[in-house]
Design a binder for this molecule. Structure first.
Ligand code: SF4
Length: 974
């Protein structure tokens, strides 16, 4: 405004007034973000009854005020034009998207009738699977109460290799059950991580490393995006070869004698004796005394002795004759023999990994230097489990982290186990500067319970005796019948995938369609976009969802119930839609019973509270589940007279449900006096206490509990008292995995429970007590000459799964996806930036626009995940770039491997059943005429109650002062 215009005059009125400190809100409510899996604390600013602004909660243990693009764009998620607004019943053929609105009473009564009939007849005929569900402590419990073993969430196609390998090896895992010691590490190695898991904590951690400037950050990833872009060294490895690289590092460390033997003896089973009796049922198992205690060879006495004794000098090498005449060797000796072999030398693995031998050798040297020459000492006295006092905490400051890039291969379990073995050899587990456990971990490796669902455990009208998911340790624990046939619809815990600790959601639709191992009656899913970006072989999956029986004309999957907040692609393929709320309209619980938000210095959990009242006829899925529990008479949800046990719905359940006496979904402010944490009687005012505290509870360990938790007397006693572990025994790290050997022996035909013939070779080859490497299965199925390129997806920082593509703000960052390729590789093929190309695998093809870059492995192409959309879904216009230029690699990925010994296995890791998304091989061909947008021609109609999306977004305009509001008109205000 010019200086000569006086305030309050007519001339002054022509100029806009700028308030430099406007009050942005009438009210602030604290809750938990759900725009990705991190669960950051947020402050939601409300103005005039609408959400004005979202900021990070500075007091929150996860993000300490940091908010990412996704988190702040939660406003557009909440006001998304794709929101469903009422229950729907399908009236047209599946896939047509034709629905009629129905009342909640009609919807619940239909669902209750369908479910009630099968519960009373054969509860396993219900397959209940949830996607990005953050309420798994409720959904898993509900499945047990219903009585079906057929339940899991999306972990089987996400990261079960990473989780299971960690839990079976060190009793914890990367991400949710562990984290790097960002404060003290000197060398941080990250394998195959994209940006949407543990997003803010990793960013904050990397920020700490960079600020302190004391640590080297090495990123091992075929693609240099996201975190890799700021790494001090990027190792552009060939996909699926990480295990070989890690084993070569181990080879070098062993060669140079850079191994922490003291750590191995104190904390692992490296010195336990392994029976050497080839051709017998005992071969490869630990030698134990009459009480079952594992034995070591004491060099002082020249005799075997209890391996847990601290007064022995255990042998780590050699062969020893046991009193029964058999031979035994320490587990470490077997490890030494295996990885000293020249096939793991840097020169031998360089061609496979595309990492030159000098680099491997140098990195091994750097790891050893950081671990053994840069020890970190904290002046914190502590006591180990034996009662030995230590006046300091001394750590080897090498930290590691791994995620999807390791997990999503058919060799991912063994590769992830190899990373943990490398950590053990360096002595960098839960020490200053190393990998650190987050409570309630560490737990015994593996912990209980076993999965329920064995013959006799599934009966009409009866809950199962235990949870549907758990940890098997021997063939006897599998869920198979006498003929070795799977008992679960997804074939988890069968010979197809014995250690499928997260279930196998990705196999359910095919198996249900095929009636293999049996037909089901109802498929009930929540938040799982299985007809599009969450399935392999998407085109075929859609066919299965719509396929009918030739004789009866009934759908092969008879009934599908689906709950989602948005009109995702899956909606069109369901028969009954139960519309969910957005995450800002409901109660929720980030529970220690499930996947809490603890950090290494203390336990934590959190809630979501409704910050805004729904303006549509929608209900929180968790409330609906509890209501169905009442209608079905599930014992945990009804009183003796059959009335609702939690009449207040999910918040009532959160405060008052006890899983075991004194233990409920939330750990904070329990007990009559509201001052117990962990265990205590239910507190009806518990949620109020959480709200007062910013929607979370955080405990804090004493300094002497902070490290060496697997062996720390004070920590173990505390963990047992809190109910996190069954007793205060030390957690022994499993360098050598006996459960793996038990399955291998079964594959060789030993034991009471052995696999049927078609499974034997695969079990014998892929189960091993020490990590092994084998090429991703696809490498031997697709002709490498015909399909020379590996194809991957990466998660963009700004999107989480398919959710982002309806978000008006985030769509502006990623409206469609290109295919990225190494520049030299492309130019060698005569391809140029911007070319239209056909991407072909043996199973399908799609069109894409090519983009060239240097930061990509020469044998790899990649694209952003889940940007491509089905035309019309998510209430996107028919012209939306997501469905006209965007594409999915899912169409190119097979869900079944070629036949082997007469059996077709799913395209998964053979140990855990993890979907092998990243095994894909393709060829890329220039094609000016290729159709983009996955060749889609027809569009799904909008569901009833979903209004036409506005063409412009002017969300903020509604909050402007009236004068500015008028001036800003010209677009829509949502
Ligand atoms: S990292 Fe995830 S949970 Fe945290 S603010 Fe971003 S989207 Fe939300």
């Amino acid at each position: 405004m010019p200086d000569d215009i006086r305030p309050g005059t007519a001339a002054d009125d022509r100029y806009e007034k700028i308030d430099h400190s406007p009050a942005v809100s009438d009210e602030i409510k604290k809750t938990t973000c759900y725009m990705c899996a991190c669960r950051c604390g947020i402050n939601v600013h409300l103005k005039d009854g609408a959400i004005r602004y979202i900021e990070g909660n500075r007091d929150h243990p996860v993000n300490k005020g940091v908010l990412c693009a996704k988190g702040s764009a939660g406003i557009m998620q909440h006001y998304s034009p794709a929101r469903l607004s009422q229950p729907l019943r399908r009236v047209g053929p599946r896939g047509s998207g034709e629905f009629e609105p129905i009342s909640w009473e009609e919807a619940l009564s239909s669902a209750g009738d369908w479910l009630g009939e099968i519960r009373n007849r054969d509860p396993k005929k219900l397959a209940f699977f949830t996607g990005r569900d953050q309420s798994q402590s409720l959904t898993g419990f509900w499945a047990s109460q219903f009585g079906t073993p057929n339940h899991a969430a999306h972990g089987g196609f996400c990261s079960v290799n990473m989780a299971a390998a960690g839990i079976y090896t060190i009793g914890g895992s990367f991400w949710e059950f562990g984290e790097p010691d960002w404060e003290n590490t000197r060398y941080f190695m990250m394998f195959g991580v994209a940006e949407d898991h543990d997003s803010n904590p990793i960013k904050m951690g990397l920020g700490k490393l960079k600020t302190a400037g004391k640590a080297k950050f090495v990123s091992v990833n075929p693609v240099r995006t996201g975190y890799s872009a700021i790494a001090d060294e990027w190792v552009g490895i060939r996909p699926g070869s990480d295990g070989l690289f890690v084993m070569s590092l181990i080879h070098e460390l062993l060669h140079d004698g850079k191994v922490d033997l003291e750590f191995l003896v104190r904390y692992t089973n490296a010195h336990w004796l392994v029976r050497h009796a080839p051709g017998t049922a005992e071969d490869g198992l630990f030698v134990r005394d009459a009480d079952g205690n594992p034995l070591a060879w004491d060099r002082t006495t020249g005799q075997q002795a209890d391996a847990s004794r601290t007064d022995i000098d255990p042998a780590m090498r050699g062969s020893f004759t046991m009193p029964d005449g058999t031979d035994a060797v320490p587990a470490f000796s077997l490890l030494l023999d295996r990885y000293s072999d020249s096939r793991y030398s840097p020169e031998a693995v360089a061609p496979q990994t595309r990492i030159d031998a000098d680099t491997i050798r140098r990195i091994a040297g750097e790891l050893a230097h950081a671990a053994f020459e840069q020890e970190v000492t904290l002046d914190i006295p502590w006591t180990d489990w034996t009662g030995r006092k230590h006046d300091k905490m001394i750590g080897r400051p090498v930290a590691m982290h791994a995620m999807r890039g390791i997990s999503a291969h058919s060799n991912g379990f063994q590769t992830c186990r190899a990373i943990h073995v490398l950590q053990m050899l360096l002595g960098s587990i839960d020490c200053p500067g190393g990998f650190r456990y987050k409570p309630p971990f560490p737990r015994p490796a593996p912990p209980g319970p076993k999965p329920a669902g064995k013959p006799g455990q599934v009966a009409p009208g009866t809950p199962m005796a235990g949870p549907p998911l758990g940890f098997v340790t021997a063939p006897e624990d599998l869920l198979v019948d006498d003929d070795g046939k799977a008992l679960r619809i997804d074939k988890a815990y069968s010979w197809d995938a014995p250690i499928a600790a997260h279930g196998m959601m990705h196999t359910v639709i095919r198996n249900a369609w095929a009636g293999d191992p049996y037909p089901i009656d109802v498929l009930f899913m929540f938040m799982a976009n299985m007809s599009w970006n969450s399935s392999m072989n998407t085109t075929e999956t859609i066919r299965m969802l719509t396929d009918t029986d030739l004789e009866t004309s009934e759908y092969k999957i008879p009934k599908i119930i689906y709950s989602d907040a948005f009109q995702s692609e899956m909606v069109a393929y369901a028969d009954l839609i139960l519309p969910d709320t957005t995450y800002l309209e409901r109660w929720d619980c980030i529970s220690i019973l499930d996947r809490p938000i603890s950090d290494a210095d203390g336990p934590a959990d959190a809630i979501r509270q409704p910050v805004i009242v729904p303006d549509r006829d929608v209900r929180p899925f968790q409330d609906v589940l509890i209501e169905l529990g009442v209608r079905l008479g599930l014992p945990a949800f009804v009183t003796e007279d059959g009335s609702a046990k939690f009449p207040g719905g999910y918040p009532d359940y959160l405060a008052n449900h006890e899983r075991t006496p004194g233990v409920g979904p939330l750990a904070g402010w329990r007990g009559e006096n509201q001052d117990s944490h962990g265990k205590g009687a239910p507190n009806p005012n518990q949620l109020d206490r959480y709200i007062e505290n910013g929607a979370f509870w955080k405990g804090k360990f004493t300094p002497s509990q902070r490290y060496f938790k697997h062996s720390n007397r004070e920590y173990l006693d505390h963990a047992a008292e809190m109910g996190w572990i069954p007793n205060a025994d030390p957690i022994v790290l499993q360098l050598y995995s006996e459960p793996m050997q038990r399955f291998k022996l079964a594959g060789q035909g030993f034991g009471d429970v052995v696999p049927p013939e078609p499974y034997r070779a695969r079990i014998t080859e892929t189960f091993d007590p020490l990590p092994i490497w084998y090429a991703p299965f696809e490498d031997s199925h697709s002709d490498p000459a015909a399909y020379p390129i590996h194809a991957l997806t990466q998660r963009p920082m700004a999107m989480y799964h398919s959710w982002g593509s309806q978000n008006a703000w985030l769509r502006q960052i990623h409206g469609w996806n290109k295919l990225y390729m190494n520049r030299k590789t492309a130019e060698g093929q005569g391809l140029a930036d911007g070319d239209k190309v056909r991407v072909e695998s043996p199973y399908g093809s799609t069109g894409a626009i090519l983009a060239l870059m240097e930061g990509c492995n020469t044998d790899t192409v990649w694209t952003w995940n889940a940007i491509g959309k089905k035309k019309g879904a998510w209430n996107l216009s028919k012209e939306a770039p997501e469905s006209n230029k965007g594409f999915l690699l899912n169409h190119l990925i097979t869900d079944l491997l070629p036949p082997r010994d007469g059996h077709r296995f799913a395209n998964t890791d053979p140990v855990t059943g993890q979907a092998a998304w990243f095994d894909l091989r393709v060829r890329v061909i220039k094609d000016d005429n290729v159709e983009l947008g996955d060749g889609q021609s027809t569009a799904v109609p909008r569901a009833p109650g979903v209004e036409k999306a506005k063409t412009k977004s002017r969300f903020g305009a509604r909050f402007l002062p009236l004068g500015n509001w008028r001036r800003s008109r010209g677009g829509d205000d949502t």
